[in-house]
Design a protein around this ligand. Structure first.
Ligand code: PEP
Length: 253
């Protein structure tokens, strides 16, 4: 059975002190036990916090993730952080292809494929984001957009490498806007993505793929969204910065 996951993307928020406090609060709430034992908790703090937070969380219960990584393994790439560096401080998953990285930092499928491969080669898991902007949904090309994002990166992987992938469908018009996709819209796209995977890697691989929804997900709407059969959890931005709210989402399962 595939795992449910709720992942918090802290983005460029919190200084180290605030981030450590938040991580400790999340850790304490997770220690009390979750409603559903099949739900995994992931947190993705800024790079500068990772090594410290790794020392203060129960690593059996919380998976530490990064929000990005370099597209090269090592060398003269000033300002970049490699997958190996992340691994050495306890990181086990990396968010890749977030719409903010695609839009503000020009991350193309070509760049993302290099990053996804490095993450997998190092034994970590990519949380691969896809999703359409509002104009694409309004022009009714959202399925094609997501198909192209997935095919150009994930469908070039070997079947073995693909097994490590987690997908996050994040309609860009719902990110940070307070406008959540309806549970039906989420389910429709998740089912479409799962069918694409069936076509490429087969039914078993599709059934084992965790597909997260992201976009203004909160404790108050998570239950309805997560009740859909192809929605296996959430990638949470704003609401992951308050421990009780984040755990409210985790415990929506
Ligand atoms: C995100 O950035 O991945 C996200 C889903 O943000 P928010 O929850 O704030 O919409």
């Amino acid at each position: 059975m595939r795992k449910n996951i709720v992942a918090g993307n802290w983005k460029m928020n919190t200084d180290l002190q605030e981030g450590l406090k938040l991580a400790k609060e999340i850790n304490a709430l997770v220690a009390k036990g979750l409603n559903d034992s099949n739900t995994g908790v992931v947190i993705a703090p800024p790079y500068t916090h990772l090594a410290t937070i790794n020392e203060h969380i129960d690593r059996e219960k919380i998976c530490l993730a990064a929000q990005n990584c370099a597209a090269e393994a090592k060398g003269a790439y000033t300002g970049e952080v490699s997958v190996q560096m992340l691994k050495a401080v306890g990181v086990r998953a990396v968010i890749l292809g977030h719409s903010e990285r695609r839009a503000y930092y020009g991350e193309t499928s070509e760049i993302l494929l290099k990053k996804v491969k490095l993450v997998i080669e190092n034994g970590l898991k990519p949380i691969f984001c896809c999703g359409e902007v509002l104009a694409e949904r309004e022009s009714n090309i959202h399925f094609n957009v997501v198909k192209e994002q997935i095919e150009s990166v994930l469908f070039t992987l070997s079947a073995e490498d693909y097994k490590r992938v987690i997908i996050a469908y994040e309609p860009v018009w719902a990110i940070g806007t307070g406008k959540t996709a309806s549970a039906e819209q989420a389910q429709e796209m998740h089912a479409f993505i799962r069918q694409l995977i069936v076509g490429k890697f087969g039914a078993e691989a599709a059934n084992n793929t965790t597909i997260l929804y992201g976009g203004s997900c909160k404790a108050s709407n998570a239950k309805e969204i997560f009740s859909k059969p192809d929605v296996d959890g959430g990638l949470i931005g704003g609401a992951s910065l308050v421990a009780e709210e984040f755990l409210g989402i985790v415990n929506a399962f």
